[in-house]
Write a protein that binds this ligand. Sequence first.
Ligand code: MBD
Ligand code: FE
Length: 313
Amino acid sequence: MTVKTMNTADVKDLLEKVAGFNQDGGNERVKQIVHRVMHDIFQIVEDFDVTPEEFWQAVYYVGDLGANGEAALLAPGLGMDKYLDIRMDAEDEQAGLAGGTPRTIEGPLYVAGAPISDGFARMDDGSDDAAETMILTGQVTDENGQPVANAVVDIWHADTRGAYSYFDASQSEYNLRRRIRTDEHGRYTARSIVPSGYGCPPEGSTQKLLNLLGRHGNRPAHIHFFISRPGYKHLTTQINLAGDEYTYDDFAFATREELVIDATRVDDPARAEAFGLNAPFTEVVFDIQLVPTDKPELQTRHERKRALESDAA
Ligand code: MBD
Ligand code: FE
């Protein structure tokens, strides 16, 4: 069938009523956007001759997606988080605020309120005997290399199965989640375990769509960061460990060349001793450059729903 009804008065009138154009109340921006969204969905139905069977599959797909709690997982899989980053990069460029360590997506698995300490934190609870010990360290500076003391480096990563505490109830509270304030040299150091990559739940809604696209749902081993300090642009970023099968094939499109970091095996006992460890261990060095700004709205992370983050915060 190839019927064309989009340009009829009936459909135009229907879309205007759907979007509340004939009502005084509501929100003008929402009306405009919903009008466009519904127009474009109608247009897709027409252009692709979507059948009722296909249409209802899509409706129930969205319902299942919400019921699974996977809406914020599908979003990065469809490149939406990356697209917002592309826009923010372009905005920074336009405002003369480009530079520093590049941003990349937050992802859906942050939990607010991790323990905070000065200079150093141990992030793992010691329960994984088989895990490789990781020292994650670096210096926060401005673009001239001047140390930024008292920056809060908020770090979170997965365990050796790719699972995140809180979302994985088998892990202890705030396991592999810590906030570290940089010392007077701008340095932070974490002792943790080397994470593994993440894979979407195989039976979940996200993977179901990815399968239809011929795509996998895997991320490389990675470590998330929020870095903030008054007077500087808030930075949301991640590092992707080099050498992972998915380092350059991330289903969430978070990899950036500047953020691919070597995880270096250290066999030198003296170097291990400096961290109170036995060799061998793995060292990951991530130095961070912040960009100054006096705009308060650029100094904090964007609001979004986050686990354990109060609505007021
Ligand atoms: C993750 O760990 C993640 O960082 C993203 C972006 C999506 C799914 C799982
Ligand atoms: Fe992640």
